[in-house]
Design a binder for this molecule. Sequence first.
Ligand code: GLU
Length: 304
Amino acid sequence: MPEFQNILDNIYIEAKKTVDKGEIASYIPQLACVDINNFGIALFDKNGMLHSSGNTQERFSIQSISKVLSLSLAFNLLGEKLWERVGVEPSGDPFNHLSLLEQENGKPRNPLINAGAIVVADILVSHLKNPKEELLQYVRKIANDNSIDYDKDVAKSEKETGFRNYAAAYLIKSYGNLENDVETVLDFYFHQCSLSMSCEQLASTFYVFANRGKCLKQTQHLNLSQIKRINAIMLSCGFYDEAGEFAYEVGLPGKSGVGGGIVAVLPDNFSVATWSPGLNEKGNSKLGLQALEKLTTESGLSIF
Ligand code: GLU
């Protein structure tokens, strides 16, 4: 096994020296309150051992990373029927674009862009008695951590400024692909995006995607076929219109969020999470991308 701890420590030193850390997302005002100098990287190896460097215990807003978790829950509930409502093709568009939605009659390209995640949120609202509580319990179970929670201030802040998400939801509704009312669905969606987790908690949660559906406690949460499909969607759709670049530079399935977090997995090998709140122009964490490129290059481990 590679010397993960050494690699992570070098990544941390390099990140601390980097002057251009990107820009913090401010379109959700509450996200702008975070210190841009935060940097953390945490990795669980195939033996379930934790390696970490930097600020890996402070919680931050996981934002779009949550879309993988809501997708997993919806996939468990609906199986392949899910794909009647949302596709599995990369969009090549920014996360909040509306143009394709109109061209494709309200069926979002994939579940990891906002429009797709809003349809997944609608499915969960229809199928669960208490959707916010049940999603939270699901995430806590996979993470083996009951302290994980929503950040109500972030959810409220996004609700006040989430105009594009309202536009997307109404457009989807106009095509008949939203069963519930827009307010209820977006309230759920804004809460899922506000989930607050540290790098260690994220790496622990995503271990399930590296470990054939089993969490760190070896409990089976998803079957092999579901894991194959969700990892494929992360690889092709996990980084907005930069998914090709991420595959090229890093070579792992993963997902980013505008809170500056990135998770990635190497099946049968490791799960990793980084946090650096500064984003590049495509909305992905600038130092997080550099860190993961270094990790796969120096360890010689990627899916390729
Ligand atoms: N809650 C954010 C939004 O809907 C998620 C964006 C992201 O992390 O990509 O705009």
